[in-house]
Design a binder for this molecule. Structure first.
Ligand SMILES: [Zn+2]
Length: 353
């Protein structure tokens, strides 16, 4: 028997989590003109060109230098050209680390503000935009949990204390500077268990998928090198007792038939919808309406819209990309609130420091 979600008829709010999975297509859609300085958001297919890696691959004897996933996978599998691999990894880190969030509100700001603390956004992306959007919005509203399934240039951790924070933060437990996370590169045989941080992020996601009622997959193509990742996603979603009633939304520019084929194991009968990028903003409004409940039905008084008004009013003036570091360092964590956070810490996950 399928189980009903945690729906509260008095408030008209579905208390089951909404899980959003972000792939490279989501960052491309959220930042169509690139970052604050116009640097392009690469997809895997144009990563070699965007990062200027073609020459290095050609110098190492590779003829076809288009498909980064295939090239990197070959380097990792054969163990050849170790220095080239190190050079590539350094360039990837440096490129993504330099990306700056535009001052104006972005789709990621909207996404974060339209979701609740019980919801979850899990990203495969290395770019810092979700983390930076989280940083500049957290004072406006309670935000959803954010998870980084392949590591991230803006996230740092203290493995010893299982504390997760932002680049430049110190550990809320031992006071030491948090260390950068490892990026998980596109190889066919990824080991999601070897890195304790990435393993914990996946465990958190699995728990959310098991309890969720809505699953949104935004710009994630499920490439060949991610077979294991898709199986892990399915393990969580497939174990969900509301699977037969739950709703899956896919936001992607691909034809519906292709999307249905890619994700058919995640879908039950007709409980799914597809949305193309052009109507992503409408989708966000609907998402906000569905997850935040009755109050959002009146746009003038809704929390989401007031958040958005606040964001539009405040962000360009108060928070600029350059001041994010100051914003982070000004965070005050008293012993009392630190203790509360420790109590709230998920059993398997890392505490957001
Ligand atoms: Zn520590």
């Amino acid at each position: 028997m399928p189980q009903l979600p945690a729906f509260n008829p008095l408030t008209n709010v579905n208390e089951s989590p909404h899980v959003v999975i972000l792939g490279a297509g989501a960052s491309r859609a959220a930042f169509p003109n690139g970052d604050a300085n116009g640097s392009r958001l690469p997809l895997m297919v144009d990563l070699v060109g965007c990062l200027g890696l073609g020459q290095a691959f050609q110098a190492a004897g590779f003829q076809k230098t288009v498909d980064f996933e295939a090239l990197y996978d070959e380097l990792a599998t054969t163990g050849m050209h170790r220095s080239l691999r190190e050079e590539i990894e350094a360039k990837v880190w440096s490129y993504f680390d330099r990306l700056q969030l535009p001052d104006a509100p972005t789709l990621y700001d909207c996404l974060l503000l339209s979701m609740r603390p019980k919801d979850c956004i899990a990203t495969f992306n290395w770019d810092p935009f979700l983390a930076k959007a989280f940083l500049r919005n957290r004072e406006f509203a309670p935000l959803p949990k954010i998870l980084f399934l392949h590591g991230n240039v803006a996230i740092a951790v203290c493995i010893k204390d299982r504390v997760k924070g932002f680049s430049g933060d110190t550990c809320s437990n031992c006071g030491a500077p948090l260390q950068p996370t490892n990026l998980l590169y596109p190889v066919r045989r990824k080991n999601y268990k070897s890195d304790p941080f990435i393993f914990a992020e996946w465990k958190e996601l699995e728990a959310s998928l098991q309890q969720g009622y809505m699953l949104t997959i935004f710009g994630y193509a499920a490439p060949a090198t991610d077979v294991e990742a898709v199986d892990l996603l399915l393990r969580g979603w497939g174990d969900n007792p509301t699977f037969e009633l739950a709703q899956v939304n896919i936001v992607d520019i691909k034809p519906e038939e292709e999307l249905r084929k890619t994700w058919e194991r995640f879908l039950c009968r007709t409980h799914y919808g597809t949305t193309r990028g052009a109507v992503a903003r409408r989708w966000l409004w609907l998402l906000s309406k569905m997850t935040r409940g009755k109050k959002t039905r009146s746009p003038g008084s809704s929390r989401w819209h007031s958040c958005m008004r606040g964001l539009r009013r405040c962000l360009p003036r108060k928070i600029k990309a350059d001041s994010l570091a100051t914003h982070v360092s000004s965070r005050r964590t008293s012993a009392e609130t630190r203790q509360k956070k420790v109590q709230r810490r998920a059993r398997t996950g890392f505490l957001v420091g």
